[in-house]
Write a protein that binds this ligand. Structure first.
Ligand SMILES: [Zn+2]
Length: 309
């Protein structure tokens, strides 16, 4: 009796549901969730996972430095209006921590530090501070994607299957990119596999992909670069015959220029190998304006710079 009823229901559903109902049932006809992210690398992942159900706004656009960023009055309005807030955490947005606390406690909505999903034992630090630049290791940034997925699934369960499917598709792309970076960096001869750039955003990249990094400015862009730091960098470049060093889109190039001049004075020509995206993505609408494109562009710039191409 029960079996007959189930069969009848199944036949009924086959008849009334359109063929593509299974895949489209969780999508949204219009955005339903207002997501606010701090940096582009988070906003882009959230947009990929949330798909048609989210409207994503990033507080910090291309070229903006999250270490020094303070919330403007308009940002506070955005924070109040948002349904979900994603930030990096691990002290990335050092001057916004109080604002996040206030919003979290006062407004009772999800305010989620996506990088803090990374297990303690896989986190890096420098000078007693956590290193927040987790997105530089694509395999670790996958955990940020999972944190975004789980937050959206928890608060908007009606779209859970859709968010999970989007995440799976995006994780597959991340996994492919992770392998690409590994393969490309391996093309650089070991002696020249040294990445010199102004501030230390590349420790995670270094560990994941087997390239040494040296950054005279240290972990935060707030630090002053001393004369000794610049001398040490020049000595390293001359000794290892490193052909190129790199500037970052969100950091002043002055330090890099002083290093190039110093190496030149010792008879070793160093060029600027190009601009790397460290704490912000490229312009919207360009390949570098996405997280995957940004990491790919960095990789290609580093490889051609250090191969002297
Ligand atoms: Zn940084």
């Amino acid at each position: 009796m029960v079996r007959a009823a189930v069969m009848a229901l199944a036949v009924f559903m086959l008849l009334v549901l359109p063929a593509d109902a299974q895949s489209s049932v969780d999508e949204c006809a219009a955005p339903e969730i207002n997501v606010l992210a701090t940096v582009g690398m988070i906003a882009d992942v959230a947009a990929n996972i949330g798909g048609t159900c989210v409207e994503v706004r990033a507080l910090m656009g291309p070229g903006v430095d999250p270490h020094l960023y303070s919330a403007t009055e308009r940002d506070v309005e955005y924070l109040f209006d948002a349904d979900v807030i994603f930030y990096g955490g691990l002290h990335l947005e050092a001057r916004m921590i109080d604002v996040f606390e206030q919003v979290r406690e006062g407004l009772h909505k999800p305010v989620v530090a996506v990088s803090e999903r990374v297990p303690e034992e896989l986190r890096l630090s420098a000078d007693d501070y956590p290193d927040p630049h987790v997105w530089m290791d694509v395999s670790l940034w996958m955990s940020a994607a999972e944190e975004i997925r789980d937050t959206l699934v928890t608060y908007y369960p009606a779209h859970a299957d859709y968010f999970r499917a989007n995440t799976d598709a995006y994780l597959a792309q991340m996994s492919e990119l992770d392998q690409y970076v590994r393969d490309q960096i391996a093309r650089i001869p070991e002696e020249q596999r040294l990445l010199v750039t102004a501030h230390d955003a590349f420790q995670y990249f270094s560990r994941a992909y087997g390239i040494e990094v040296y950054a005279p400015q240290g972990i935060s862009t707030q630090a002053e670069v001393g004369v000794q730091d610049i001398r040490d960098t020049i000595r390293l470049l001359v000794e290892r015959r490193i052909p190129a060093i790199f500037v970052e889109t969100s950091v002043s190039p002055d330090v890099i220029e002083a290093i190039i001049a110093g190496a030149g004075a010792q008879g070793h020509a160093v060029t600027i190998g190009g601009s790397l995206f460290s704490d912000a993505m490229g312009d919207a609408g360009t390949p570098e304006g996405t997280y995957l494109g940004m990491i790919r562009a960095n990789t290609d710039t580093i490889v051609s710079g250090l191969l002297g191409e």
